[in-house]
Structures are given as structure tokens and as C-alpha cells.
Design a protein. Structure first.
Length: 151
């Protein structure tokens, strides 16, 4: 699991840096990492915690993905995107000297963000969280190695 998290961290960091061709590399690395994660987690959960409560644990693990998506997509990524879009809109207003809004379009609807800056901070945060997951995976591996994994 630690190797998979490293792959995902590298992919997200590559996108956060804004290097050329990032979307292609990120798509491959994150796809590989996410697919491998879903293949490894059930086996790791059964090894660490046993099969006695595997059904409940697997349901909890399955619920973690949409919960994380809600937090990161709905709160973190959207907040950062809106902030960057407002920064770009204010910069455009300052350079043009007046506000250009279409009639009937509100200010919130006209905001859009261009460039890698829109999601680079979000991908940096996610990359850092993947590194935390690497450390936690290594700790879980050490506990399993020394026989401390069964509860």
C-alpha cells in the first residue's frame, strides 16, 4: 500500500508543479494507484484485522472513498478554485479598467479559472496526504511484522 501511495503522491506532485503533459501522466499514475488501492485494501484489512468483522470493516472502507471525495472535492478543491478564480477576475478588472459582465449573468456564474494554478494547491495538499498515508502504511506494516496487527 505504501508503494501505491508513493505512486499517487508523485503523480499529484507532478500536476501541482504544472509541468508539461501533466494531465496525461497524472491520469496514468492516479489511475494505477487508485486501481491498485482498491485491489490491495480488502486483503490488507483482512490480514490486519482478521475475518471476524471483515464485512463491517469493508463497508467502512468503501464509505471512506465518497466521504473523502465530498470533503476534498466539495470543500477544499472548490474553495481553492473559487479563490483563484476571484483572483484572476480581479486582475482582469484591474487591467481592463472596468467590469465586463454580461447582462443577466451574476458575478458568481462568470467566474472561471484558467491555468494549472487552479488545482495546483489542491494537488499539493493531496500529495502531502499521500505521503502521510505512506508513513501510516509503513507503521501498519511494522505492527503486522511484529505480530501486533491482530486486535
Amino acid at each position: 500500500m505504501a508503494v501505491v501511495q508513493v505512486i499517487m503522491a508523485v503523480g499529484l506532485l507532478y500536476y501541482a508543479m504544472g509541468w508539461p503533459g501533466a494531465i496525461y501522466i497524472v491520469s496514468v499514475l492516479i489511475g494505477l494507484g487508485y486501481g491498485a488501492h482498491w485491489a490491495i485494501v480488502p486483503a490488507a484489512a483482512s490480514e490486519l484485522f482478521g475475518l471476524k468483522s471483515f464485512g463491517a470493516l469493508y463497508n467502512f472502507l468503501t464509505l471512506a472513498s465518497p466521504a473523502g471525495s465530498l470533503i476534498f472535492s466539495g470543500v477544499v478543491a472548490s474553495g481553492i478554485y473559487d479563490y483563484e478564480a476571484k483572483q484572476q477576475a480581479s486582475l482582469k478588472q484591474r487591467t481592463s479598467g472596468f467590469e465586463r459582465l454580461l447582462p443577466g449573468v451574476s458575478e458568481e456564474e462568470s467566474l472561471s479559472c484558467d491555468g494549472t494554478i487552479c488545482y495546483s494547491l489542491t494537488c499539493g495538499i493531496l500529495s502531502a496526504l499521500c505521503i502521510v498515508a505512506v508513513v501510516l502504511s509503513m507503521r501498519a506494516g511494522e505492527q503486522e511484522q511484529f505480530g501486533c496487527g491482530q486486535f
